[in-house]
Write a protein that binds this ligand. Structure first.
Ligand SMILES: [Cu+2]
Length: 195
């Protein structure tokens, strides 16, 4: 519990922050997304692992994995249609999902499409704890895990078609599969990419 408390404090009490991260995102993002964020936060506390998203875009899951000394998102690369809701499900350990967007604490760089809504989950530390985010704007979205940012725990979503600043180079904290491969395959597993 001590380590967890420290981790949570490190996340929520970010330097110079003040406002809670998701609220800050709402202010900088599209106003019409506010209701979605509220619903997401509510489900994170519960067992909301079912009935993920009913919108036209469908739904998809990304697991957040601790495996020995490896920490990763699986699949590491995932294609979804615009409007889809992605659910990050904690398998083991303590993880978060944070978009590379300069509006988000610690991201330091922007690797999501222009005008896309950023996200920053709380740290999930219970098995099956879930964070959801709906992606409306087509393009490439790179994200990282807050607790394991320095341990190369990064992931990529391609919404509709590749595009945006994430198509230039690799994120600062780890390597990701090529967006065309993600589109062609639908998803790229961590084992496939790292192995
Ligand atoms: Cu992690």
């Amino acid at each position: 519990m001590t380590a967890l408390s420290v981790a949570l404090a490190g996340c929520g009490g970010a330097p110079g922050g003040g406002a809670e991260e998701t609220e800050a995102d709402d202010e900088s993002g599209n106003g019409d997304e506010g209701m979605d964020e509220t619903a997401t936060e509510g489900e994170m506390d519960g067992s909301g692992t079912t009935a993920v998203g009913t919108a036209g875009g469908g739904s998809s899951e990304v697991e957040m994995v601790t495996d020995g000394e490896e920490y990763y998102f699986d699949p590491i690369g995932l294609f979804v249609e615009p409007g889809a809701t992605v659910a990050w499900v904690n398998v083991e350990g303590a993880h978060s999902s944070v978009a590379y967007a300069e509006s988000v604490d610690r991201a330091e760089t922007t690797r999501i499409p222009e005008d896309a809504e950023a996200w920053s989950s709380d740290i999930l530390n219970e098995a099956d704890a879930t964070f959801e985010h709906t992606l409306e704007t087509p393009g490439t979205y790179d994200y990282f895990c807050g607790p394991h940012k320095s341990l190369e725990m990064v992931g990529r979503l391609v919404v509709g078609e590749p595009g945006g600043p994430a198509e230039e180079g690799q994120p600062p904290d780890g390597e990701l599969p090529d967006s065309r491969t993600v589109v062609d395959q639908g998803s790229v597993s961590y084992d496939e990419f790292s192995g």
